[in-house]
Write a protein of this length. Structure first.
Length: 273
């Protein structure tokens, strides 16, 4: 919910004026739901402070404050909750994108479209419309972890249902897959070149560092080239773990994943692994 407020609120309020009333009402409702859900979480030493921040967020939205101010508080609050309750923010192993491509066609394409452009036949009359994963400006605001949360939990009040019936690995694979749909070959090639050269390699040392960063945050700190390396790593996340694993551990893990892919009937993925 906080991720959606951070991404969507700036699109519906400008200079204190509501541009889209239904969208604004939804953002206000989401922020109020956050407060209700926080009250239901197990007692924690920071819970009172988290509730206070949530009340501040609701007040900012009610006052139609500028988008960057609301987004910053929503992002900050989300991270405070993640740290307070030790929320897992990354997959345990590199996602299988071959499996994800197949899953996308069976689970997501009807609404989001075959290529992820939000134009699937089942989504034609939905309000809000299904996300267009090629909308670079909007996707740059989402982390892969945020996408995983949406796939796992769904979005109340919309047609986006929870996909808890999928395994954790499958949901993470889908999140990585849709996050990369708008990446072009030139950017991926440049990202691979930067990774091999070792430029800023220490910024991406594990899967969590890839899953939690947003393109907009990286671009603000490191420019356009800074975004290209994580774009490459989204599509080849195994290289991050490979660089920190001992050779025998790496070989054993890849064999296990290859066998699992073979048992699912995914011959090409098994061969690649």
């Amino acid at each position: 919910l906080l991720d959606y407020v951070a991404v969507d609120y700036p699109q519906c309020v400008q200079d204190g004026t509501v541009l889209d009333q239904s969208e604004y009402d939804e953002q206000l409702e989401f922020s109020q739901q956050v407060h209700t859900l926080l009250e239901q979480l197990p007692a924690h030493s920071t819970q009172a402070n988290l509730l206070s921040q949530t009340e501040q967020l609701v007040a900012l939205i009610q006052d139609k404050r500028p988008g960057p101010e609301v987004s910053a508080l929503a992002h900050q609050l989300r991270w405070h909750i993640i740290h307070a309750y030790n929320v897992e923010v990354a997959p345990k192993r590199p996602p299988n994108l071959h499996m994800a491509a197949e899953l996308y066609q069976t689970q997501c394409a009807a609404c989001h479209g075959l290529q992820g452009q939000g134009d699937g036949p089942a989504g034609a009359n939905l309000d809000p419309t299904p996300s267009n994963f090629h909308d670079r400006q909007r996707m740059d605001q989402h982390s892969i972890y945020g996408l995983y949360s949406t796939i796992t939990l769904g979005v109340q009040g919309t047609a986006m249902a929870s996909f808890r019936t999928l395994s954790e690995d499958e949901r993470w694979a889908l999140a990585f897959y849709v996050s990369a749909l708008a990446d072009d070959a030139a950017d991926l090639a440049r990202g691979a070149e930067l990774w091999r050269s070792g430029v800023d390699k220490t910024r991406f040392t594990d899967l969590a560092s890839i899953a939690t960063a947003t393109a907009s945050e990286i671009r603000a700190a490191h420019g356009d080239d800074g975004v290209r390396m994580p774009a490459y790593l989204r599509s080849q996340s195994q290289v991050v773990m490979s660089s920190s694993e001992l050779p025998l551990a790496l070989g054993a893990r890849l064999l296990r994943e290859s066998l699992a892919a073979y048992q699912r009937g995914q011959m090409q993925a098994a061969q690649t692994l």
